[in-house]
Design a protein around this ligand. Sequence first.
Ligand SMILES: *Cc1c(COP(=O)(O)O)cnc(C)c1O
Length: 415
Amino acid sequence: MTQATLSGVKRVVGSSTLNTEQHNDLVSQYSANNYASLPVVIRKGEGAWVEDVEGKRYLDMLSAYSALNFGHSHPEIMEVFLEQAKRLTLTSRAFQNDQFGPFCKEITAFCGQDMVLPMNTGAEAVETAIKATRKWGYKVKGVEADQAEIIVVDGNFHGRTVTIVSFSRDPQFKDDFGPLTPGFKMVPYGNAAALKTAITPNTVGFLVEPIQGEGGIVVPPDGYLRECHQICRENNVLFIADEIQTGLARTGKRFACDHEGVKPDMIILGKALGGGMMPVSAMLCSKEVMGVFQPGDHGSTFGGNPLGCAVARISLHILNRDKLAERADKLGQAFMGRLRSIGGDKIKEVRGKGLLIGVEFHESAGVAKTYCKQLKEEGILCKDTVEQVMRFAPPLVVEQKDLDWAFERIKKVLA
Ligand SMILES: *Cc1c(COP(=O)(O)O)cnc(C)c1O
């Protein structure tokens, strides 16, 4: 290709000259209306900071729902990404590529599991876990055909496919999307006795978020995960941890299950695994469970692609090298303490672990979204989860001085 046509191509997607209002107009005219986005239009990001099309800077305290644990444009992840993008991006699993084997070895070692099945988005990895668990139920546990049951908890969020929304409590997630997928049973979150009672001979798995993210940053009582894990073991039921949001150092440990010393039978990862650059997700489990998959049983065109594998490998390396879990723990504890010190009559509770922090408002203070809009004016980007709860989840590379800066503004808005 000649130099002239190359720069012509660049002009097609080059930096836009539209302002915020013009961008928002384009989106409302041409995009599905499935997100109530804040109207800020970001054009650039570096570390924990982003800049909008008018040049205004904001501290990113959402981190794309924890997909940006390493921040925006992490220099080393970017270097690996660009180098790999120039060399090889996609082969499909019809062939092997030279990033896939090393990725499998490194991620299984990181997670303490035998085997991995890579996908792209979180919901796909959850679907993979459901399929593996059901097939294990039939082939290994001996459940009668089509009778397998998976127990889930109230307030869960595991993604948006038809099967996954089938076991959501939120009517908006499932109404008008039926017919829904059967085979799921719901128990209250944080109540191990309820799990024990719900188990039948047909129960094959228990799917749980160790801290509920989209459900409102709900931390279960101490000992809950350990007790559930024990109940699962006694009943030959797989304990499946959805660590898509809580994993990879977000809560101050490698995984949120580590806070209770629980090693799940199956782990689901996504979000930050792609280093903030690629959709990369994975389901990890024992050789026995993964062994139920035969060629043709399951797959994904992009799953295990060399570009995704390369960014996942460098991301795991950086997470270990820079001790990001300890960093999240230290920064998070201090920040939560300061948020609690705000007091006043708006805040009902501050809760969370590491840098996954929820602030719940009293009904009388109005909905969390109001305060998200006010914080945006102050230069802080964050988002409500459920109506009354606001989440603070900055990139784990955020600096103490940035959090100090943010706290002064948060205090002004929430006091
Ligand atoms: C975000 C999320 C998912 C879904 O991931 P997608 O990449 O959006 O499909 C599943 N489980 C949990 C706990 C999540 O936070």
